[in-house]
Structures are given as C-alpha cells and as structure tokens.
Design a protein around this ligand. Structure first.
Ligand code: EPZ
Length: 420
C-alpha cells in the first residue's frame, strides 16, 4: 500500500487548478443509466472512485470510455442486477438504484457498505422509492426493488440531521421517468445535487426548484443523451486553501467557484487568513498568526462536513482553543488520534473536538483512515517540522486527483512511496 513521505515546514507558494467534483460526477455517471443514448461528461477527475463507478456501469451492461478528463457512457442495454462485490465496496454506488428502477421497473443492488465515518443508513432512500410505488425487500445483502411503474408523489426526505445528498439524487433520478409529478421536500441543496439536476434537465428531464429545498419533477416518457461539464470540486478547493493557510504560504487557486463554499471562506477569514478574488482565481495568504475559530458542520450552505478534518488540521496551528462540532456524521473524528502523534492537543467531548492549538506540530508516521481524514493528515504533515509518513493513502486517491503532484508544484517536499 502506498504512502506519502512529507518533509514539512515549507510554506506553499504558486498556483493550483481544481479538478472536477467527485461528488457531482458519481451521481451524474449513475444518471446515464436513464437513457439508451450516449452521454458525454467532461471535467471528470481521474480518481479511483470514478473509475470504480465506470466498472459498476460496465457490470450493468453499459459501454464506458475514459479519454483524458472526459467519460462517455452508453447504457443502450442495461440489466438491473449489479455485481455484488463491486457495488458493496463504494457507498456512492447506492445512487444507481433510482435510475435502474426507473428505467427497468426492477433492480437488485447490494447494500452499500458503511465506512469509518458512520453507519451510513439508507432508510431515506428506501422511503423515497417506496413513496414512488416501489416494492422493496432486503435479503442476502441485496436491495431487491420492483414496480409496475413508478408514480409521482410528494415525499419529505429530511432525516434526523437534515437532508440526504445521495438520497435526494436517487429519488430525483427515479422521478424523472415516473408517471406524474413528484415533489421532494427537504431536498439537499448541495452544489453537486444542483449539478446533477442540471445534467438531468439537459437530458430532457423536467425539474423545477433546482438548488432549493423543494424539488418538483414532472415525469417524462424518455430521456436523451447529453454533453455536460462537471462543476469544480469545492472540497478539493477548500483542502488546498487550508493547506496554504496551515503552511503560512501564498497560493492562487484556479477553477474554483467561491460561491460553493462561502461558509469555509467566512471561517478562514475569521481565522485571520486572507482570501481574495484575483483575476478569476482565489488568492489565499496566511498571516503568521492564525486565530482560533469555532466551527459546526451543517447541511449546505453551512460549513461542509467534508472540510471538517482539514480545518481541524489548520486550527492546530492557531494559538488558543477552537471547538469543532460535527453534526452530520456520528464518528468523523478518526483523524484526531493520528494528529495526536504529530503533537496536536485535541480532546473529544461528544460531537465536539476541542483543539488546543499553537504548539508546533512535529513529524511522525500516521495512518489514514478515510478520504478527508487522510487530507487532514497531509495538511498537518505539511505544517509540521520534520518528516511525516502518511500510510494507506489509497483512501486519499479515492477523492484527490494527483494530490502529491499538485502539492509538489506548490513547493511541498512530498513523495509517494510505493508499497509501504
Ligand atoms: C454525500 O454522502 C457525500 N458523498 C459525502 O462525501 C458527504 O459527506 C455527505 O453527502 C454529506 O454532505 C457523495 O456524494 C458520494 P447523506 P451521502 O445521505 O449522500 C444520514 C466525501 O468525503 N442519512 O447526505 O451518503 C447520514 O447517516 C463523502 O466525499 C440517513 O439517516 O450522505 C448522515 O448522518 C463522505 N438516512 C446524514 O444523513 C439515509 O437514508 C447525511 O448523509 C441517508 C443518510
């Protein structure tokens, strides 16, 4: 398993370009199952999760071709039965259920795995599909769904901590070919859901309220192919902003859409980080002394849970107490124990991590546990003095395109070490 070897303490300087959004492209690739025509998706990041989704679509009978940052999918003939082992491995694969059911009136998809950040239930997905008239049963690790024909309805999709991103995606996709009108109340408003809705509209779907908590989908008979460019990855952008700030550097971030992460920009500025627009890019400059800042993760447009770990790494360098509260997932502090190996002083009180920042971090071997925790450990290693080896960075490769190459270009001393 690969690891990163980082020699920290070097301020990042230079320019970085943000890749396409992983969390937009995964449901968009699933949406290609809704038509027999060819769909061209551009600005696709080269990530293991994306290639994996391609394999899942192929296992369903679709033709998938990756060429540079474009993927072409033609699901002319698809079967409703996915490869158990393939689908079980990636949480995001749950969003093939809605399109398959809508296109074929039946689907058997393996239950998606949980992961270290939480149990990842799918009760809201199932609630939405049942509301549309699907008969579901779960046996042998599969969700078996069937219907005569999905029928439009009104369904409230809010859960115990607010909306569900992929649940909204699944039900919205299923509703595009259902009979009649579907209203999704308490829909997720993340930019990735909006990008999916725009993709579906470009295929001929009828969707109103895009970007709002109430989506109204009027079913159509068929959908046609399309050509779509995926939005930039706001989480990757915020990761690089935190890395630049944590190393007291100065970085110009190209290709990000600042309006997709206003809450993060607000907290960075509160922490004393300068972020300004410059010729269509974002210039981030960190003053020597960062200020401690409290953060609570919330559904969009609040502070995103996917930036919580990276911001915590930044707050380790801010002299004083920062309280970071995770409201979306029940166990998303796996990075805390590893950060302690670097000298971070963080205690956990229920849903909050109390960061006592200001003591310089010093390098040590650490273990990545999930995608965003790995990014946080890289940031902490870049800020620490001495060497840090981040093991199991396959977690990182799921969601960051060539991270070490982009960081090297910014002056970081980081190398990928094979098989460590
Ligand atoms: C998406 O996951 C993202 N993944 C996650 O990003 C992101 O953290 C999450 O949304 C929240 O923004 C992809 O888009 C591939 P949810 P998703 O359903 O849709 C509970 C990353 O690092 N819930 O919005 O699976 C759930 O337990 C990943 O890129 C139910 O209770 O998340 C959680 O507490 C990690 N019942 C909350 O809702 C359900 O049926 C939000 O989950 C579904 C979810």
């Amino acid at each position: 398993m690969d690891s990163f070897l980082i020699k920290g303490g070097v301020p990042l300087h230079g320019e970085v370009s943000i890749s396409g959004s992983k969390n937009a492209v995964l449901p968009i690739m699933a949406a290609t199952l809704l038509t027999a025509d060819t769909c061209v998706i551009r600005h696709v990041p080269d990530l293991s999760d994306v290639r994996f989704m391609g394999k899942i679509l192929e296992s369903l009978g679709a033709e998938v071709k990756f060429e540079g940052d474009t993927v072409t999918v033609r699901a002319a003939k698809v079967k409703g039965f996915g490869d158990y082992e393939l689908i079980r491995k990636m949480r995001g694969s749950i969003c093939i259920l809605g399109p398959l059911l809508s296109r074929l009136n039946q689907a058997s998809v393996s239950l998606p795995g949980g992961c270290v950040i939480g149990t990842r239930p799918i009760d809201l997905h199932l609630k939405g599909l049942r509301a549309l008239g699907a008969v579901l049963d779960i046996s042998g690790g599969y969700i078996n769904a069937k219907t005569k024909r999905l029928k439009g309805t009104t369904v409230f999709l809010g859960g115990r901590v607010g909306p569900t991103v992929l649940g909204t995606a699944n039900i919205m996709m299923a509703a595009t070919l259902a009979d009649g009108v579907t209203v999704i109340e308490s829909a997720a408003c993340e930019p990735e859901v909006t990008d999916l809705a725009n993709f579906l509209v470009s295929m001929g779907a009828k969707i109103a309220g895009i970007g709002s908590p109430t989506l109204t989908i009027t079913g159509v008979k068929t959908l046609h192919g399309t050509d779509h460019e995926v939005i930039p990855d706001r989480i990757e952008a915020c990761t690089f902003l935190c890395a630049a700030a944590a190393t007291h550097g100065e970085v110009l971030v190209h290709g990000a859409r600042a309006e997709h992460f206003a809450a993060v920009l607000d907290k960075l500025r509160e922490a004393g980080v300068k972020v300004e627009r410059k010729a269509g890019a974002l210039l981030v400059k960190a003053s020597k002394s960062l200020k401690p800042t409290d953060v609570t993760t919330l559904p969009y447009s609040g502070f995103p849970t996917d930036v919580q770990a990276q911001f915590m790494a930044l707050m380790c360098g801010a002299k004083g107490i920062s309280v970071i509260t995770e409201r979306i997932f029940e166990s998303r502090f796996m990075h805390v124990a590893e950060m302690a190996r670097l000298g971070a002083e963080i205690s956990i009180e229920g849903p909050s991590a109390i960061v006592k920042g200001g003591r310089p971090l010093s390098g040590a071997p650490v273990m990545a546990s999930d995608l965003r925790a790995s990014a946080a450990l890289v940031i902490a290693g870049l800020a620490a003095t001495g060497s840090t080896q981040v093991h199991r960075i396959y977690h990182l490769d799921r969601g960051y395109e060539r991270m070490e190459t982009k960081l090297k270009k910014l002056g970081a001393r980081i190398d990928r070490v094979d098989g460590e």
